[in-house]
Design a binder for this molecule. Structure first.
Ligand code: SF4
Length: 220
C-alpha cells in the first residue's frame, strides 16, 4: 500500500495532482489526475494502479473520508480480527522511539523516500528461512518429535542451533537470500538425520524422518 512518504517521488512527478494532507494521508486529485498514466510508474513501491475505465491513477486513500467524519482509525483496523493495523498520531521523535522499542522498519529506506508506514517483522520479508518438521517412527506410529536439537552448518561451521517445537517444526530465520549451500543436522534420542540445501529463496525441507544410523551424517 501507499507508504505516505515524506519525500514522495509521486509528488515530484505529479506536481499539484498529488498532495499530502496535514494528517499525512497522500491524496491523488481525481479531476487533475485524469489521463496521467505516468504517475503510476513514479511510485517505487508500486502503490499506484491505473484505472483503465476512469483513466485515472489511483491509490488507497487510507480511508481519509472516514477520518473526515471523525473516525479514529481506518476501516481495515476496525475490522481486522488479528489487530494487524495500528494508526497513531505521533511526532517524529515519538515515532522513532516507538520504532526502536518495537523493532519497526520502513520499506526500502535506501530510497530516501521517508515512508510513514512502519512494519513489524519486515525482516521475514527481506530475509530467508530454512525450516522443516522432524518425525520418527515410534512403534507403529509416525510421531512429531519435540525437542530435537537442530543445527545449521555452512561448510564445517555451525551458524545456528535450535530445537523442534511440539509439532516437530524448526526454523532458522534471518538468512541471506542466494547465500549458497547449507547443511541441517538433527539429533534426538529417537534418531538422527541430515539434509543439504541450496538457499536461493526460503527453503522448507518438509518432513525429516529420524533414523538410528549416524554414519551418513558424519560423512556429510
Ligand atoms: S508510497 Fe508511492 S504513492 Fe505513496 S507517497 Fe510514496 S511514492 Fe507516493
Amino acid at each position: 500500500m501507499c507508504n505516505r512518504c515524506d519525500e514522495a517521488p509521486c509528488m515530484r512527478v505529479g506536481g499539484d495532482v498529488i498532495r499530502k494532507r496535514a494528517d499525512g494521508i497522500v491524496i491523488i486529485d481525481p479531476d487533475k489526475a485524469r489521463g496521467r498514466k505516468d504517475i503510476v510508474k513514479s511510485c517505487p513501491y508500486k502503490a499506484i494502479v491505473w484505472n483503465d475505465e476512469l483513466q485515472l491513477p489511483q491509490t488507497w486513500i487510507f480511508d481519509a473520508h472516514l477520518f473526515d467524519q471523525g473516525w479514529p482509525q481506518p476501516r481495515c483496523q476496525q475490522s481486522c480480527p488479528t489487530d494487524v493495523f495500528e494508526t497513531v498520531r505521533l511526532d517524529d521523535a515519538a515515532m522513532a522511539e516507538k520504532a526502536q522499542r518495537e523493532g519497526l522498519k520502513v520499506l526500502r529506506p535506501n530510497l530516501g523516500t521517508k515512508p510513514r508506514v512502519w512494519y513489524s517483522g519486515l525482516e521475514r520479508w527481506e530475509t530467508c528461512f530454512i525450516g522443516g518438521s522432524v518425525s520418527a517412527r515410534v512403534g507403529d506410529m509416525v510421531e512429531c518429535v519435540t525437542d530435537a536439537v537442530v543445527a545449521l552448518y555452512v561448510g564445517n561451521q555451525k551458524v545456528g542451533e535450535t530445537v523442534s517445537d511440539q509439532f516437530g517444526d524448526f526454523r532458522f530465520d534471518g538468512l541471506v537470500k542466494d547465500s549458497g549451500g547449507y547443511r541441517v543436522e538433527i539429533h534426538h534420542a529417537l534418531g538422527n538425520a541430515w539434509r543439504k540445501c541450496e538457499l536461493g529463496e526460503s527453503v522448507y525441507l518438509g518432513e525429516v524422518s529420524l533414523a538410528k544410523s549416524t554414519n551418513s551424517m558424519e560423512v556429510a
